[in-house]
Design a protein around this ligand. Structure first.
Ligand SMILES: *Cc1c(COP(=O)(O)O)cnc(C)c1O
Length: 240
């Protein structure tokens, strides 16, 4: 049974990846975005290493993980592969070290305390940690993310940290079925980013859009869409 699933998975993922790439390409075209301006982050949380290998075989290089311990196991198994690792989960201030040491990107910064620790803990031999600040745009279900009013102060402080490189903003909006509401949340993030750029911050990344709302995100300027189920299929249940 397990063998059968392992055999089937790579083909399945190749097909899904091709479909997803086509979806992104079509959205770029439809909304007047430059071809190739939207990058795909494959969210591999709770997916087995075999699924990551299957995506690697199709040329996917950027992978997103939400759980530090799970990510550590996967990174160890895939240490010989050229992978760009993105941490997209919630960060607690006492658990920043594995994120600072093991990832290329962290998307969920919402407090200066966490950013400071990441900067202090980023090993000298590595490139600066690429970061996005998570913003709680209106309608966001989860309470994580900085409030828009507090964003400018946090963004300027994070941008000044020596071992971080602030690249842009990230959001995880409430799942809503209609495209107009999806777009409204993403438009807000886009506008906040434009405001920071006008204040002199060199930001180039809008991390927004998931499997169910990627078109709305691309329409509003996403440069990085974070797709899990669209790439890998349904996630296996967590066994805890
Ligand atoms: C799980 C997750 C995703 C991917 O969600 P899908 O709906 O499976 O595409 C994207 N971003 C974050 C922060 C996530 O936790």
């Amino acid at each position: 049974m397990i063998c059968e699933m392992d055999d089937a998975a790579p083909i399945d993922i190749a097909t899904r990846l091709a479909t997803v790439r086509e979806r992104i390409r079509r959205a770029e075209q439809e909304y007047g975005r430059e071809p190739g301006s939207v990058a795909l982050l494959a969210v591999s949380k709770r997916q087995p290493v075999s699924a990551i290998r299957a995506a690697l075989a199709e040329g996917q290089r950027a992978f997103g993980e939400n759980y530090l311990q799970e990510a550590e196991t996967k990174r160890a198994e895939l240490s010989d592969r050229d992978i760009e690792w993105h941490f997209i989960g919630a960060l607690q201030s006492n658990k920043t070290r594995p994120a600072a040491e093991g990832f290329d990107w962290v998307h969920g910064i919402d407090r200066l305390k966490i950013a400071r620790r990441l900067s202090e803990q980023r090993p000298a031999g590595l490139a600066p940690l690429q970061c996005c600040i998570q913003v709680n745009v209106s309608g966001e279900a989860s309470k994580s993310g900085v409030e828009p009013e507090a964003l400018p102060e946090l963004a300027h402080a994070v941008a000044a940290l020596p071992r971080l490189r602030l690249r842009g903003l990230m959001t995880l909006p409430e799942a809503v079925p209609d495209v107009a509401s999806q777009r409204a949340a993403f438009r807000q993030l886009s506008a906040l980013q434009a405001g920071l750029v006008a204040e002199g911050l060199a930001l180039d990344t809008l991390s927004m859009g998931m499997s169910n709302d990627l078109e709305a995100a691309v329409a509003e300027g996403a440069t990085l869409v974070r797709l899990g189920t669209a790439v890998f299929g349904p996630r296996p249940e967590a066994n805890t």
